[in-house]
Design a protein around this ligand. Structure first.
Ligand code: FAD
Length: 365
């Protein structure tokens, strides 16, 4: 079967590109070895956010783009992407000083055009509303705004929109062979033979493995950083809480009101093995429990955990220079006459819309 475009990977980025290309009238096939959104796009912190902490690394372009996408996602999916107050308590001797956070929050407000500016919460109010959290050493409490979503549902919704514009999805379809010929890419997926002049590799943390297996050229590679979340029954807090550890790392306590559960995460661990072999280990669980318990009046126990999940962040590294890994995505286009190959390196759940628009522009669709 012949298409204009074949996309490998039905995560949020592959689905968003499929939607944009199909909207432009292109015939699109999207192949996933598992199901829509089953990869990183259903193992995230489920936040649609600018990324407050990226400000301190000077990733202003990323934060601005993410806040722009946050705004349009809130308007496009009012039931699925919901602006919420995020509570940021600052404790003496833990994390950044309050005035640095205040400066960051001001910049965050500026980049989001003061849609919902931050404010200070009285400590007495915090004591009443967030009674699960300790107040000893509490210096200041900020409230700022970001959005919550359901990552899998958002990905499935974008996929459905792509389908409504004509994109064809092949799930549970592992690829056996990819060959580039004069007339484009030929892909073998079990009994199925697909052909297109444009191939897009949107396999998230699997990207290097796919490139290696099918000898696809690329200018970047990824560094894999896993993150786990633990899930607790019941709501520990009524709104998401942003906490800082003694090593300036951060984690969230996130209430899932619909399921009456609380999600706590995340960790950061460099992974060197195969993406499919990565799994939650005891050390990560202990890390989250001990850091959460540092702030909780009633400590959580292992037996309180009803579920854990792990996702892998594909952080981009250039093959040419040893630049630092970046949270920003890279679109890596290779032209072979009329045949094109585009790799999607990195990309957040939040920025899928901009990433997809930039991809179709780069491909001149
Ligand atoms: C712990 C954690 C927390 C995060 N929290 C947030 C957050 O709160 N907000 C936010 O904006 N972002 C967050 N992110 C980032 C975000 O989740 C990811 O960047 C995003 O989901 C990546 O989407 P993707 O489409 O690129 O990749 P994926 O969703 O991983 O999709 C890749 C797809 O490719 C398929 N695939 C792989 N190999 C093959 C093959 N050989 N053939 C066919 N298909 C294949 C996989 O099955 C998978 O479905 C988080 C990430 C992690 C790890």
């Amino acid at each position: 079967m012949k298409y204009d475009i074949i996309i490998i990977g039905a995560g949020i980025n592959g689905c968003a590109i499929a939607r944009e290309a199909a909207r432009l009238g292109k015939s699109v096939a999207i192949i996933d070895k598992q199901t829509i959104g089953s990869g990183t796009s259903s193992h995230s912190s489920r936040l649609i956010h600018g990324g407050l902490r990226y400000l301190e690394h000077g990733d202003f372009a990323l934060v601005k783009e993410a806040l722009h996408d946050r705004t349009r996602l809130i308007f496009a999916y009012p039931d699925l992407v919901v602006l919420r107050p995020f509570i940021l308590p600052v404790y003496t001797g833990l994390g950044r000083p309050w005035w640095i956070i205040k400066a960051g929050l001001y910049l965050y407000d500026l980049f989001s055009r003061f849609i919902a500016p931050h404010h200070v919460m009285e400590i007495d109010e915090f004591k009443t509303k967030f009674s699960a959290l300790k107040t000893k050493g509490l210096k200041k409490v900020f409230t700022y705004y970001d959005a919550k979503t359901d990552d899998l549902l958002l990905t499935q919704t974008v996929a459905q929109e792509a389908q409504e514009h004509g994109a064809i999805f092949f799930e549970n379809s592992p690829i056996d062979e990819i060959k580039r010929h004069q007339d484009g890419y030929h892909i073998l997926c079990g009994e199925r033979q697909l052909q297109a002049s444009i191939l897009i590799n949107a396999t998230g943390p699997w990207i290097d493995e796919v490139n290696h297996r099918f000898t696809l050229p690329s200018r970047y590679k990824i560094s894999k950083v896993s993150g786990i979340h633990i899930v607790i029954n019941g709501l520990l807090t009524t709104e998401p809480v942003f906490l800082q550890t003694d090593h300036q790392r951060i984690f969230f306590i996130i209430p899932e009101n619909k399921t009456n559960q609380t999600v706590i995460g995340t960790t950061e661990r460099n992974e060197t093995g195969e993406t499919d072999q990565v799994h939650v280990n005891e050390e990560d669980i202990n890390y989250l429990l001990s850091h959460a318990n540092h702030f909780l009046n009633t400590p959580l126990k292992h037996t309180d955990i009803i579920q854990t999940y792990i996702g892998i962040r594909p952080l981009v590294e250039s093959k040419q220079s040893m630049v630092k890994t970046s949270r920003e995505y890279q679109l890596d286009l290779h032209n072979f006459g009329e045949t094109k190959l585009l790799h999607i390196f990195g990309g957040k759940l939040t920025t899928h819309w901009s990433l997809a628009e930039k991809s179709v522009q780069l491909l001149r669709l």
